[in-house]
Design a protein around this ligand. Structure first.
Ligand SMILES: [Zn+2]
Length: 489
């Protein structure tokens, strides 16, 4: 859309809002009845601004929604003493309050469409990793004197990698309690309540990757780990995924598709903010080559890692603009899907550059709510915000999810999608994010439906793929509604 058109749309939006606002507030109300009528009009007008205003529920859906809202009420009662979204997920996970919730069961069952923001293997089942990879006879762990990056690191190796490395199998035999020994390994590659007291949660987060990455990518593990990860997604009614970096080989994906023909995977080339400008330039070239070779599979480019400590979008502006020009010359596109605004600092301007660079979607976008004009542009241009509620809480950006800025985006009609980011690291799955959003953000069935549909509408699928995916999703959704109407605890 042309710039003039955007300003026109924005001013229309503002004028409409002001005119409406004036008509709600009356100098004098005849009686309580009159006041309540004005109050209802105001509530309805607010609801009409919500992102799901275009959806009208069918009679069956309305009935299912009534049931769902009763269950939500019961969940509020059940969690009266300790409302999980108001506390760190790492604490809530230990208390197992969400795990036992009927709402979680419903969220697992709900056809959620696609996952548009997840970091490859961080979606995996780390219990599986302990139970399989660390039981291989040649699995070693570093217990030497060096601190990170080596302390606790595990790897599969034909022979001992050197001083300080021990066979896991030998340590396991020597352990008093095998279950506890395995649990300790699991704790070392995931985040838990014990990490909450650490001064830098990102540092703990990185340690998890450092300790497990060689295990995940070893020959004996990678395919089994990916197979389990993809099957787990499908079991939680996910039909499509766009990952940061590739997951699984084409063979594994095809194997999964033989069982689930509608399931699809695409990936975003993921480079890292700590890299130099030269390295980012090289990565962009590589991304352009991969995009040219396989545009259906490789859909764009992203920059990841801790925004507060690493380079900004603007730092790489020469390389990013140059890559766009190169793409144009080659007759291809290289869409950006930039992590931007995963920060509590007002000084963070990554969202601004993400919008200027025509990012297709924005990863996290926590900082977007500080930029009212950007919010309007995002709405008009249909730039989806990839909201990752539990990740934001675990990594310390939003302590109480009832205050997450996504509520503002949803209620202002911005395109929002819910995403899991790296749930394996915090010992959960995608459905937990839906539990948190549903319980903390005043959502109902209509909102859930919009969220699921958004995950397909704002995906990188081509129009034909989208139509087919939405058709499949509609069928699954209808089955879910029938199930939900009859659901009883
Ligand atoms: Zn991310």
């Amino acid at each position: 859309m042309k710039r003039g058109a955007i300003f026109f749309a924005c001013s229309l939006f503002l004028c409409g809002f002001l005119v409406q606002k004036d008509s709600f507030v009356q100098g004098r109300y005849k009686d309580v009845d009159d006041y309540m009528k004005a109050r209802n009009r105001l509530i309805q007008a607010e609801q009409a601004m919500r992102f799901d205003a275009g959806i009208t529920l069918t009679a069956e859906e309305k009935e299912a929604n009534r049931r769902l809202m009763l269950l939500k009420q019961a969940e509020m009662e059940r969690t009266r003493e300790y409302f999980p979204p108001a506390h760190s997920f790492l604490k809530s996970k230990t208390r197992q309050l969400i795990d036992q919730s009927p709402i979680l069961e419903i969220m697992k069952r709900m056809p959620k469409g696609g996952i548009l923001h997840v970091h490859g293997f961080a979606m995996g089942d780390y219990h599986w990793l302990v139970k399989h990879a660390t039981y291989l006879p040649n699995c070693y762990i570093y217990r030497g004197k060096e601190e990170l990056p080596r302390q606790g690191t595990m790897r599969i190796s034909p022979e001992s990698p050197g001083d300080g490395w021990h066979l896991v199998s030998v340590l396991r035999i020597a352990a008093d309690n095998v279950e506890e020994f395995d649990e300790e390994l699991y704790r070392s590659i995931t985040l838990g309540e014990e990490d909450l007291g650490q001064p830098d949660i990102w540092a703990e987060f990185r340690k998890c990757f450092a300790r497990s990455i060689n295990l995940i990518f070893s020959n004996g593990t990678w395919s089994g780990f990916c197979r389990k990860m993809l099957r787990d997604m499908i079991a939680e009614n996910v039909q499509y995924v766009e990952t940061r970096a590739e997951i699984g080989s084409q063979e594994i994906i095809e194997e999964i598709q033989r069982e689930n023909p509608e399931f699809k995977v695409k990936y975003i080339f993921s480079s890292r903010r700590p890299f130099s400008r030269e390295r980012i330039g090289e990565d962009l070239n590589q991304a352009l080559n991969q995009r040219a070779a396989n545009p259906d599979l490789m859909i764009g480019f992203d920059l990841t890692d801790e925004e507060d400590k690493e380079h900004t979008n603007l730092f790489f502006i020469n390389e990013l603009l140059e890559a766009r020009q190169k793409a144009e010359r080659r007759g291809i596109t290289l869409p950006f899907y930039l992590h931007s605004g995963e920060s509590n600092w007002t000084e963070n301007e990554n969202v601004l550059d993400a919008v200027l660079l025509d990012s297709k979607r924005i990863g996290h976008g926590i900082a977007l709510f500080k930029h009212p004009l950007l919010m309007q542009i995002v709405k008009v241009r249909g730039i989806a915000i990839e909201v990752c509620p539990i990740a934001n809480q675990v990594l310390g950006y939003v302590a109480d999810l009832r205050n997450h800025p996504a509520i503002l985006y949803i209620n202002s009609g911005l395109p929002v999608v819910i995403c899991p980011d790296g749930p394996g690291i915090w010992k959960c799955t995608f459905s937990y994010d839906f539990y948190a959003a549903f319980m903390a953000w005043g959502l109902d069935l209509k909102c859930l439906k919009q969220l699921a549909m958004n995950s397909l509408i704002y995906s990188a699928m081509d129009p034909e793929e989208k139509e087919r995916a939405l058709e499949f999703w509609q069928k699954k959704w209808a089955e879910f509604i029938t199930w939900l109407r009859k659901y009883s605890i």
